[in-house]
Design a protein around this ligand. Sequence first.
Ligand SMILES: Nc1nc2c(c(=O)[nH]1)N[C@H]1C(S)=C(S)[C@@H](COP(=O)(O)O)O[C@H]1N2
Ligand SMILES: [Mo]
Length: 386
Amino acid sequence: MSRVTDLRRLARPPDQDDFASTVHDPRVVARVGVLLASAIVVAFLTGLISHLHQNPTPLLPLPPGPTWGYRVTQGLHVAAGLAAIPLLLAKLYAAYPALFARPRLRSPLHAVERGSVAVLVASAIFQVSTGLLNTFQWYPWSFSFVRVHFAVAWVLVGSIAVHVAVKLPVIVEAFRRPLDEPSEPPEEGTTRRGFLGGVAVTVLGLTALTVGQTVPALSAAAILSPRQAGNGPQGLPVNRTARAAGVEATATDPAWRLSLVGPARTVRLTRADLEALPQVTVVLPIACVEGWSTTATWEGVRVRDLVALADGSVDQDVRIVSLQQGGSYRQSVLPASFVQHPDSLLALRLGGEDLDLDHGYPARLIAPDRPGVLQTKWVDRIEVLA
Ligand SMILES: Nc1nc2c(c(=O)[nH]1)N[C@H]1C(S)=C(S)[C@@H](COP(=O)(O)O)O[C@H]1N2
Ligand SMILES: [Mo]
């Protein structure tokens, strides 16, 4: 390139053609785009499942199983969200010269299309960054993460649908042309294949270094995950400690009684009373919304036995209320289908020992196929809902 053309370029605003490179090519943009859209769709569908667990609706009731269900869907949710980060960066890099295309506005339809891309990019950046910070339990904002992340997911998926519909002819054409087709003048820089290979290695590497937070066989490699199996008391990570929840005194008070609130009466039981009831051992995971999950052996009393003790019907949902006074996770609702499940326990023991205070001593809920946020610790009351 001559100095004269260099100077001419400096004298005017940049144009799309100034960014000529093998990588800024619809064939690359379309391929990365399909991978990115797939990751986002997986994150969206698994996110919907998580939403339905936390906001049950009679229209779409979720079954209490398989036991490992939430572990798999939420593990996928976080893995797909993490994979979306390098894919998003790669797609923005490959496509950004389009920002300098001229004329800037060609028609009202073109303006709408550009606007939808702006919404897409903004919502995608918002979703991956809030999701990523959530996995580190860092909330540097004042809005409700769960509600906003859920609402923006619809905006993102909607804008992807618009974008794919508008670009469909370009996408089809981009996949039809071979990646290595020689061009005139000959291209310089990274090859398209080299770039796509680098993106693939980055995505697979990131997945390999994080997915061990929920896949036991890969846990040794999970060096990028904030929480892993084995790094808490009794071999299980702790999400919120007893101290952070402000329950150290109440949870260790010998005067603690579990209240079973039935339709007609309330039964109060000491921990010794609970230990004298039939005990059941189950192997169930805690699967946190943040993406980590760990299987453990729990012992305790079936929730349905406790409901029966208070003369409640197992056709009713129950509410589990913690000793914890504030915070969103101080109580949860266990739908009737989960109440009936033989593996739904009020756990007293973990891994053959009394529950650690940080894992919910004197008693905590553990039920199959349920988000960690709903596995209420330091239980004070179980109420059969009318
Ligand atoms: N009362 C109460 N129970 C709670 C929580 C909480 O903050 N308060 N956190 C929940 C979350 S988010 C998870 S993932 C699990 C983690 O259980 P663990 O700390 O025993 O591993 O507990 C759940 N139970
Ligand atoms: Mo959690």
